[in-house]
Design a protein around this ligand. Structure first.
Ligand code: SAH
Ligand code: SF4
Length: 405
């Protein structure tokens, strides 16, 4: 485990700003505000209409918004002075009123396997992580949607974090912009090279922060900017059933569902949002997810926990549960973290579980853990100093009560 400094989350006290369930909108972020010393307005994160309206209000023509868009999202400009298609006096006026800043990179960690993790510090001092996973034929950036998570999946380190807030659209985008800076990929070739794919699988539950996620994703998909197509973007949800249809209809991105258990009894325990939206509702929302076909299947994520959900009976029940849904099943070996109450299934168990699922006609790749030496693997993000079991139990109980309220 690497030693990663803890920001506001000391884990043993401090203000809990937790709300659960449908009251997620109250998790407001104030980080859109710049530090007191800089009163200029941030342009990153405004969608096309908002950027155009902003510039019209500033006395500039609509085509200026198109030019700025290109500079910010296609060329990666962070300084108005390089925007040579704009007249110098316009650039100077813009620089007085606006800013295109990046968050501070608090840590930049590189794994022996090439995985890279950035710990980004935002204007309010909160920290989030994003991870770049290079592969032969693609490069994937794993993006966070919240600081921490209000949910408490029992195998997930992020779930034990006390402080939670939504990220703004700008902060979601900043993760991609900062990664492109670091990988020197401006302008990017069509559909990227080093970053060709985006997965919303970092910290947080993206469907509890839908508005900001949707704004950021639409900006990422815009062909005149970052230009990453919806086919290369995957959103992972723990099962926020009421938001799933909207996600498919408005964004059209690929869906991944964190299933992890095939009975309500076990899923209630492992993935507590199941108490609110049980399996029957979740599976129905998957069946009716807009745009799902055999060519665009739903990914079901299944973390392999020794002696908990990894028996042949579980595999059979899984196959039965998903019958008729165009699906692939991603088996994720459990990634341990300090104090975690689970162990990973043995490689043989993972193999035979996968073989059974495969024989039933589902692709069932085993996700190779990447970046374990820098705590960059699924569920390990935002490591904090190890807390006592009692403190973790208290945090989980508090969050679960908020979810059920
Ligand atoms: N909140 C969203 C997205 C972030 S988590 C969700 O839950 O889907 C991304 C994936 O990592 C989820 O499938 C999650 O269940 C899985 N995960 C969390 N902790 C893990 C761990 N310790 N080991 C393996 N996978 C884990
Ligand atoms: Fe939140 Fe996802 Fe972790 Fe569950 S697995 S606690 S939803 S980040």
């Amino acid at each position: 485990m690497t030693d990663i400094p803890v920001a506001a989350d000391t884990g043993d006290g401090g203000p809990a700003r937790l709300t659960g369930g449908d009251s997620q909108k109250s998790l407001e972020s104030d980080s859109q505000k710049l530090p007191a010393t800089d009163s200029r307005k941030l342009l990153v994160g405004l969608d096309r209409d908002a950027l155009t309206a902003e510039l019209l209000g500033f006395g500039l023509e609509a085509f200026r918004a198109r030019q700025l868009w290109h500079w910010i999202y296609h060329r990666g400009a962070t300084d108005f002075s390089v925007m040579t298609t704009l007249a110098k006096p316009v650039r100077e006026r813009l620089a007085e009123a606006y800013v295109i800043r990046r968050p501070e990179i608090a840590r930049d960690l590189k794994s022996v396997d090439g995985t890279r993790k950035w710990l980004l510090r935002m204007a309010d001092g909160q920290e989030i992580e994003s991870v770049h996973i290079p592969e032969e034929d693609r490069g994937t950036l794993c993006v966070s949607s919240q600081v921490g998570c209000t949910l408490t999946c029992r195998f997930c380190h992020t779930g034990t974090q006390r402080l939670v807030r939504n990220l703004t659209a700008a902060e979601i985008l900043d993760q991609l912009l900062t990664a492109r800076d670091a990988l020197d990929e401006w302008p990017a070739p069509p559909d990227g090279r080093l970053i060709s794919n985006i997965v919303l699988m970092g910290m947080g539950e993206p469907l509890f922060n839908f508005d900001a996620v949707a704004t950021a994703v639409k900006i990422i998909m815009d062909g005149d900017g970052l230009a990453i197509s919806k086919r290369r973007i995957t959103l992972s949800t723990s099962g926020v059933v009421p938001m799933m249809h909207r996600c498919g209809a408005e964004l059209g991105v690929n869906l991944a569902v964190s299933l992890h258990a095939v009975t309500d009894e076990l899923r209630d325990r492992l993935v507590p949002i199941n108490r609110k939206y049980p399996l029957a509702q979740l599976i129905n929302a998957c069946r009716t997810y807009p745009g799902v076909t055999n060519a665009r299947r739903i990914t079901f994520e299944y973390v392999m926990l020794k002696g908990v959900n990894d028996s042949p009976a579980d595999a059979r029940a899984l196959i039965k549960l998903l019958r008729g849904i165009p699906a692939k099943i991603n088996l994720i070996p459990f990634n341990p973290w300090p104090g975690a109450p689970f162990e990973c299934s043995t490689p043989q168990t993972v193999q035979s579980f996968g073989d059974m699922v495969n024989a039933a006609g589902y692709a069932s790749p085993v996700r190779q853990p990447r970046g374990q030496d820098i705590m960059a693997a699924c569920g390990q993000l935002k490591s904090t100093s190890q807390r006592s079991r009692a403190v973790v139990a208290e945090i989980l109980a508090e969050k679960d009560a908020a979810l059920e309220a």
